[in-house]
Design a protein around this ligand. Sequence first.
Ligand SMILES: Nc1ncnc2c1ncn2[C@@H]1O[C@H](COP(=O)(O)OP(=O)(O)OP(=O)(O)O)[C@@H](O)[C@H]1O
Ligand SMILES: [Mg+2]
Length: 219
Amino acid sequence: MIRFENVGLRYGMGPEILKDLSFSVEPQSFQFLTGPSGAGKTSLIRMLFMSLRPTRGLIKVFDRDISLIGKNELPELRRKIGVVFQDFRLLDHLTTYENVALPLRVIGREESDYRADVVELLKWVGLGERMHALPPVLSGGEKQRAAIARALITRPDVLLADEPTGNVDPPLAKRLLRLFMELNKLGTSVVIATHDIALLEQVDARRMVLADGRLEIFD
Ligand SMILES: Nc1ncnc2c1ncn2[C@@H]1O[C@H](COP(=O)(O)OP(=O)(O)OP(=O)(O)O)[C@@H](O)[C@H]1O
Ligand SMILES: [Mg+2]
């Protein structure tokens, strides 16, 4: 689904923060990406989402070499990838419902077609009562769930989530994890970046561990 071969990354003239990463994200797989703060988890998620280019190596997304993909082709490819950013990136002037519906609106879908799906998904993440609220009045955990719903509304083949439980209490973290696992059972590949040890201990999933720029994989 996604394949990295000898990928390296540096920012500007700085040191190489990621070195020789080689791995694949297989269809329907579930993996955690861990490592200390500053290890490069967010950078790796951004490369998986094709919003950051590696400084060396090969990245293939859905069998396409991303260095050969034109800017105009990117949005369509990205539509198969749902992403939950560490800082949510919700639009403050749109309601929770509108934020979640936005990926469908931008591809020209009619509201009458998707309205029921959006409402159902909002209920699924426990935001049924909050769908008309604007992000600034949502709690951290509510924003997190809104961002997760927005990532899922297009039914992506791959879900990338950067610290998706960073703002919630342990019971809610557990619920979100169950939600990701359910999604995985329905066929979506899931990559969760986290340094939440309690979360990691709840599932026997593949672990990708970043340390000192290197990636170690424990299947
Ligand atoms: N835009 C940038 N420009 C320059 N350096 C950056 C940039 N983004 C990240 N870095 C550096 O790259 C390294 C990895 O950062 P990254 O955000 O990927 O780590 P992380 O594992 O996600 O950390 P955290 O757990 O705190 O979220 C850090 O040393 C960081 O300072
Ligand atoms: Mg990060």
